[in-house]
Design a protein around this ligand. Structure first.
Ligand code: ADP
Length: 484
């Protein structure tokens, strides 16, 4: 049994902006099930404090010299009972609006301090001077928000934990002005190309990539892709140099949360034995969203951040042609203002055929996954992606581009074991052709049923991948100290 601290800036169902929250809930639960002593560390946003009923204060201390004291609370996660430490610093985390941004979409200006503190506390919990009567042997960091933890561990004089840095999305790096170094109590000598410096800035992600014992990305294909100039976001040199320490472990999904047979957000639940029940959910969804209620109109679904990464501008281009073919579209998402505006415009133009909901809505995301016939995910890049796996599990075959985790999780429908529809070129015409192919298959009920059932039976759970993480932890802990 290994003592693992899983440090993260979001976790479902307490606070979520994307896939990181889902993984932060489901991977620790899977590790716990496999006998590990895993505990979470999360910031004490208001939603986190409100969502945990059994909190108690376990330590009070200053994170950086001269700063006011913060509290560390301990509790257990609502569904899984995984133990969780909460960094309770209300002046930093109890704010109206999002965890990273305020209402107008700008980043909180003190994000370096907020997540510097989170990183520092993660390192403290992995050091001999841990503020609680538990010391992690392994600190598992996730994305830039916890990327300074491996640097703090490296600087620790006493016996300390090893670390893993999981990259959920290399595009988000947490790069800030050099002045923050001092405020975050980091010595000047780490501000170096072989340290936390990235083109004259302090980079939280670079810190993690440099100092962690291992770098993991959320799919094997993405681990390979980020070592290239096109997809390395400037980090490819470092990633290539550390190649032997970079690997990809495909995310799994929470099979309890995302199960059409038990999903609490669905009016009509179903399993692989009777997919006519899925059609009833489709009709209910069409009615609720003001679409023409028509069992035979292929209903395309999108649940996504509306950003360039997700390729949804390509869908806008080919939509008129798809509408002519009688398809319907339901979109749930938020993100770039221009994309939001264009999708809303489209919903007006094709009233009754296109429904667009701007915002974040957990229940509706489940209902779309269940009610749509085909799920669309034409991402330009996709570190792993979870929605395509939810789609497969819900008998809603995804249309995906062959990139990152989409390439690793979806089998193309031209193969007997196919689970979805895969295309290569990030262009509107390739996407359009592939959606048309998916719609043709949909009209060929027997063939489509095969693809639906293949997807529903495809293993998308955590068991295998969680074991790969455990094997990796063991390898790291058996190595002599100090890779740098
Ligand atoms: P990413 O993390 O890049 O946003 P993923 O596919 O890995 O993409 O995970 C996205 C997660 O966020 C999924 O659980 C998805 O259902 C959810 N999600 C995205 N946008 C919304 C939204 N507008 N409302 C509800 N859930 C959403």
């Amino acid at each position: 049994m290994t003592r693992i601290l899983f440090a993260t800036s979001e976790v479902h169902p307490l606070i979520k902006t994307g896939g990181l929250a889902d993984v932060s809930a489901s991977l620790p639960a899977a590790l716990q099930e496999l006998g590990q002593d895993v505990r979470l560390l999360v910031p004490g946003y208001s939603q986190v404090l409100d969502g945990l009923s059994d909190k108690k204060t376990v330590a009070t201390f200053a994170v950086f010299p001269g700063q006011p004291e913060v509290r560390l609370l301990s509790a257990s996660m609502p569904n899984t009972k995984v133990p969780v430490y909460v960094l309770d610093a209300p002046q930093y985390f109890c704010r109206v609006a999002g965890p990273y941004q305020y209402h107008l979409g700008g980043d909180w200006p003190d994000n370096p301090m907020r997540f510097g503190m989170l990183s520092r506390v993660a390192a403290m919990l992995g050091s001999a001077g841990s503020p609680v009567d538990w010391q992690a042997e392994l600190v598992h960091c996730n994305d830039w928000q916890t990327g300074l933890a491996p640097a703090y561990l490296h600087l620790e004089k006493s016996a300390h934990a090893r670390s893993v840095m999981t990259v959920h999305n290399l595009a988000f790096q947490g790069n800030f002005e050099r002045d923050w170094l001092k405020l975050l109590n980091l010595p000047q000598h780490v501000f170096d190309m072989h340290g936390v410096e990235f083109h004259g800035n302090l980079s939280f992600l670079k810190s993690g990539l440099h100092y962690a014992n291992r770098i993991v990305t959320v799919s094997p294909t993405y681990a390979h892709e980020i070592q290239s100039t096109e997809m390395g976001y400037g980090m490819q040199g470092l990633l290539t140099a550390r190649k032997a320490h970079v690997s990809g472990i495909l995310n799994g999904i929470d099979e309890n949360e995302w199960n059409p047979a038990t999903d609490k957000h669905l009016e009509v639940r179903y399993d692989d034995s009777d997919l006519s029940l899925k059609t009833r959910g489709k009709l209910a969804l069409q009615q609720r969203l003001g679409l023409e209620v028509n069992e035979h109109a292929p209903l395309l679904g999108v649940v996504s951040r509306l950003t360039h990464q997700k390729g949804l501008d390509l869908l806008l281009e080919c939509l008129p042609a798809l509408m002519e073919g009688g398809a319907q579209l339901v979109v749930l998402g938020s993100g770039e203002a221009e994309l939001e505006r264009r999708y809303q415009h489209l919903a007006q133009r094709y009233a009754g055929r296109v429904s667009v909901t701007i915002g974040f809505n957990e229940a509706l995301s489940h209902q779309i996954m269940a009610g749509a016939d085909i799920f669309l995910m034409p991402s330009r890049f996709e570190p792993c992606g979870l929605n395509q796996m939810y789609g497969m599990r819900y008998g809603t075959p995804p249309v995906v581009r062959r990139t990152g985790g989409l390439a690793d999780s979806v089998i193309n429908a031209n193969l007997p074991e196919g689970t979805g529809f895969v295309f290569d070129e990030p262009s509107a015409i390739s996407l359009q052709r592939t959606i048309k192919w998916a719609i043709e298959c949909y009209r060929d009920t027997k063939n489509f049923r095969r693809i639906q059932l293949n997807g529903m039976h495809h293993d998308v759970g955590w068991k295998h991948s969680a074991q790969l993480y455990i094997d990796l932890y063991k390898t790291i802990l058996n190595e002599p100290a100090g890779h740098i």
